[in-house]
Design a protein around this ligand. Structure first.
Ligand code: NAD
Length: 443
């Protein structure tokens, strides 16, 4: 089948590569000419495990092309996927500028029947707005071309995106048009062979399902962070509590890790956007507001620990940061806990030496010239001359480090761990001041 995809970010690029991988003829289009040039040179604008080889293979076999030519893309695909960003607007609502601009572009160039598929995360009612925008432009052109608008939200996880797309837990298709639904069914059939993972519903429910999923996951994290803060104050160990509650299958062990607050491009903005939707329909979303507030507070946790340890004054101090990405196996630093911490440290007059296995280029782009910011080639190099080590991302390579070397390189044996990677008793035995989230210090 012929597929066109607008937006070559984490979602669009993975979607395009995976549709090509199963034999479709795919064109990915982006307004960012640098990105398209990079892709046409065979370079990846993002890090995602397995993506580079999949893109190379499908380009070489002629099934995957990258262009800035929107007209060619509209004329190519019977499916027109919208996978552009939906960043938060000033009031927290999703900014639909890019989505509606793509709708307008599609309507400007389409001259044959099209299924327009919204994969971006968008508030309930957006498919109607896309349908109207397309209808308006077609009317202006005096063109009569049939089209359907489908909501097909994406659930891939950065860091495991290829696997998630190739073997999805579910494919949500929100559609009021039986023919378009059948077409989507055929397009997704290769990903759906083991058992039927396609869940059909009306458009509004599909749009809300995406927000509901992210809000639920964010709620689990904020819940655990709230419990961790209580554990701190009552002398309990949140890690034992986590294991204790997860044993109940109604609760389960997935996604109940305390930490330094959730980040990334999705949870923060999607919780906010859902809350905004609720306000717009005169409903006060108390739980969602609390989820966000708890998360905001949690992002100060590590800074507060450092400040307390160093007697309230961090000016002139230097800290080693391991991990900058908002989670492992990605280079994405959008809303990462590392950013809030670094910004607080700089404000307090401290300096940072950081290492991340994949997010160094992104960190350089964001903070390259900033005074008090040094990127180091290795985790060990980042320790040199620092007053403490702070763990921000649970990359595998940080799980079992050489603690003797850490102690030797740091000015003081202090580790502040935002991911609860180590055993407090072991670290205390090695002579460290070890601070974790919601775990009583062992002295
Ligand atoms: P991204 O910022 O990585 O990529 C968006 C791309 O769209 C950019 O390359 C941008 O240049 C391009 N773009 C903007 N306007 C365009 C236009 N008019 N025509 C063509 N291209 C245009 O975003 P992302 O992380 O891939 O997210 C895309 C959408 O998918 C968002 O709504 C997001 O909430 C949702 N989503 C993201 C994830 C994730 O893990 N990143 C997961 C599920 C859903």
């Amino acid at each position: 089948m012929r597929v066109s995809i607008f937006g070559t970010g984490y979602v669009g690029l993975v979607t395009g590569a995976c549709f090509a991988e199963v034999g479709n003829d795919v064109i990915c289009v982006d307004v960012n000419a640098d990105k398209i040039e990079q892709l046409n040179r065979g370079e990846m604008p993002i890090y995602e495990p397995g993506l580079e080889s999949m893109v190379a293979r499908n380009r070489a076999e002629g099934r995957l092309q990258f262009t800035t030519d929107a007209q060619a893309a509209v004329q190519h695909g019977e499916f027109q996927f919208i996978a552009v960003g939906t960043p938060p607007d000033e009031d927290g609502s999703a900014d639909l500028r890019h989505v509606l601009s793509v709708a307008d572009t599609i309507a400007t160039w389409m001259d044959d029947e099209r299924v327009i598929v919204d994969k971006s995360t968008v508030p309930v009612g957006t498919a109607d707005r896309v349908r109207e925008a397309v209808g308006r432009r077609l009317h202006e052109r005096g063109a009569r071309v049939p089209y359907a608008v489908v909501s097909n939200p994406e659930f891939l996880k950065e860091g495991a995106a290829i696997d998630d797309f190739m073997k999805p837990e579910r494919v949500i298709v929100g559609c009021d048009d039986a023919v378009a639904r059948e077409k989507l069914h055929s397009l997704y059939a290769p990903f759906n062979r083991n058992h039927d993972r396609l869940i059909s519903m009306d458009v509004r429910s599909a749009e809300l399902t995406k927000y509901a999923a992210n809000a639920m996951l964010a709620t689990k994290i904020s819940f655990m962070n709230e419990l961790a803060n209580i554990a701190d104050r009552v002398g309990a160990d949140i890690e034992r509590v986590r294991i204790g509650i997860g044993a109940d299958p109604r609760i389960g062990y997935h996604f109940i890790y305390p930490g330094a607050g959730y980040g990334g491009s999705c949870f923060p903005k999607d919780v906010q956007a859902l809350a905004r939707t609720a306000h717009d329909v005169d409903y006060v979303p108390q739980l969602l507001q609390a989820v966000e507030e708890v998360n905001d507070r949690q992002k100060h946790y590590l800074f507060n620990r450092l400040r307390e340890h160093f007697g309230g004054d961090l000016a002139g101090r230097r800290f080693a940061l391991w991990g900058l990405a908002f989670k492992p196996n990605t280079d994405d630093m959008r809303e990462a806990a590392s950013r809030r911490l670094m910004e607080s440290l700089w404000e307090a007059g401290a300096a940072v030496q950081a290492f991340d296995p994949k997010a160094m280029d992104e960190a350089r782009r964001l903070y390259g010239d900033r005074p008090g910011f040094t990127l180091c080639d290795s985790p060990e190099a980042a320790l040199e001359g620092c007053d403490a080590l702070v763990i921000l991302t649970e990359w595998n390579q940080f799980r079992s480090p050489d603690f003797d070397l850490i102690r030797a390189r740091l000015n003081e044996p202090v580790i502040v761990d935002g991911r609860n990677l180590y055993d407090p008793a072991v670290l205390a035995g090695l002579g460290f001041h070890y601070y974790a989230i919601g775990r009583p210090p062992v002295v």
